[in-house]
Ligand binder design. Structure first.
Ligand SMILES: Nc1ncnc2c1ncn2[C@@H]1O[C@H](COP(=O)(O)OP(=O)(O)O)[C@@H](O)[C@H]1O
Ligand SMILES: [Mg+2]
Length: 419
């Protein structure tokens, strides 16, 4: 029987398997130090989907709580599009967190008349909900700084260093102009009314949305420390696989490890999907090349369905383009596993029909516009590289699946059918 997988595709990584980002962590710890001495700080953490923003924030919270004596709360605002919802979620999460930190009584006292809208839910009343009516909520939106100030007083009475409030996935909010204005006047109010305000707020969103916020409200962005995160290095991905597999007493053959690193392309989300698929594929606590290849294929399929299908197959409606993409997939299927990340225009042209050929250049341009390939400068004119190593695998799988739909099950033909 297999134990639980050490991998966490789709949710923030636990602190003990968090890898890399040392410089960024150090930088943020410096801001936490400032916060501890009473200065209100604001960080905007930006990066693409799946790059590891929530994981970094969660790791920072872990450090701040365990090593710097802070209270930390991480709020996911995915569905929120109003200030009322932000404030409600933030206060609800602070209540939840205070419950685990033994300051719950003190914090709820602060809520005064609003206490009747706090409910303990779940087994043993472990979780908390906070649902005040609209007019009260509106009042809290306008007086958020004062509400937080009261909470900070209680936190200080408990000899804690301060509060870290992480507002994650604010993407729905950047569209509402109120948000920028509210945030700006919140920090202005704090700066002019309070001398000691040990609060660090970390806002998390996509880089495009941060840029849009900056356009709408340039003076807002000046209050933020901007932190951007990007791909992990090969060395970090390697260390991640070694750490995670050693947790479940599994060894990795070095060629297999090279493939796993290559196909992760430095993207944490890919690294997790690949690790998880391989974990469930391997059955002798030794990951060899065969395990790696079948795990990577499963991961590519999963990732393709989640990220690439909408982006590529959804965007490429033209029948001719799709036919070209499938031929590209067939060609990839015939390559050696190690050389599938590049291709040349003239090799594709060779395998196209007469009516497909005139569309090839537009097809190649479309692939570049969609961010799937880039010109491979080292490969010379007409050479392309996939921006992500799993794209070619997915394109190959899609073309095989398509062939299966058209020609009947693939394995029947080679006499390997199992059902
Ligand atoms: N530094 C890291 N070390 C290990 N795994 C990570 C790291 N950063 C992210 N991950 C993993 O990558 C995936 C995406 O991370 P997440 O933090 O949810 O990204 P984002 O919030 O940017 O969309 C998750 O499965 C997470 O467990
Ligand atoms: Mg996230």
């Amino acid at each position: 029987m297999k134990e639980d997988s050490p991998f966490t595709p789709g949710s923030p990584v636990p602190a003990d398997l968090f890898i890399g980002r040392e410089k960024t962590v150090k930088e943020i710890l410096r801001y936490i130090g400032q916060t501890g001495s009473g200065k209100q700080e604001n960080i905007f953490l930006a990066g693409d989907r799946g790059i590891g923003k929530s994981s970094l924030a969660s790791f920072i919270r872990h450090l701040a709580v365990n090593e710097k004596n802070f209270i930390g709360t991480h709020v996911f605002l995915g569905g929120a599009s109003t200030l009322e919802e932000v404030v409600r979620c933030a206060l609800e999460h602070i209540l939840k967190t205070s419950k685990t930190q033994n300051i719950y009584g003190k914090i709820t006292d602060l809520f005064g008349d609003l206490r009747k809208y706090i409910n303990e839910v779940g087994a043993f009343g472990i979780s908390v909900s906070f649902n005040p009516p609209p007019e009260q909520l509106h009042h809290l939106v306008l007086n958020f700084a004062d509400a937080i100030s009261g909470i900070l007083e209680k936190i200080k009475e408990e000899q804690k260093s301060g509060l870290i409030l992480i507002l994650d996935d604010i993407n729905g909010l950047t569209e509402t102009p109120d948000f920028a204005n509210w945030y700006k006047s919140l920090t202005d109010h704090i700066a002019t009314h309070y001398k000691d305000f040990p609060l660090l707020m970390i806002l998390i969103g996509l880089p495009q949305l941060r840029d849009r916020l900056a356009e709408k409200q340039p003076s807002l962005m000046r209050i933020f420390r901007l932190v951007d995160i990007d791909r992990l290095s090969e060395g970090e991905v390697k260390q991640f696989f070694l750490n995670s597999f050693s947790k479940v007493n599994t060894k990795i053959q070095s060629d297999a490890l090279d493939l796993m690193i290559k196909y992760s392309s430095g993207l944490p989300i890919f690294m997790q999907e690949i690790g998880d698929s391989i974990y469930w594929t391997d059955n002798d606590s030794f990951v060899d090349v065969k395990d790696a290849i079948s795990g990577i294929t499963v991961a590519a399929n999963r990732i393709g369905a989640k990220y690439l299908d909408p982006k590529v197959y959804g965007a490429i409606r033209s029948k001719t383009y799709r036919a070209i993409l499938r031929k590209l997939g067939e060609k990839i299927g015939k390559e050696k596993w190690a050389d599938i990340s590049n291709f040349k225009r003239k090799e594709i042209e060779k395998i196209l029909d007469e009516e497909e050929k005139p569309n090839l250049d537009n097809f190649l341009k479309k692939m570049q516009d969609l961010g799937i390939t880039i010109a491979d400068l080292e490969g010379g004119v007409g050479a392309y590289t996939f921006t992500n190593q799993l794209y070619p695998i997915y394109i190959m799988i899609e073309s095989l699946e398509h062939k299966k739909r058209v020609d009947g099950p693939l394995f029947e033909k080679v006499g390997k059918t199992s059902d």
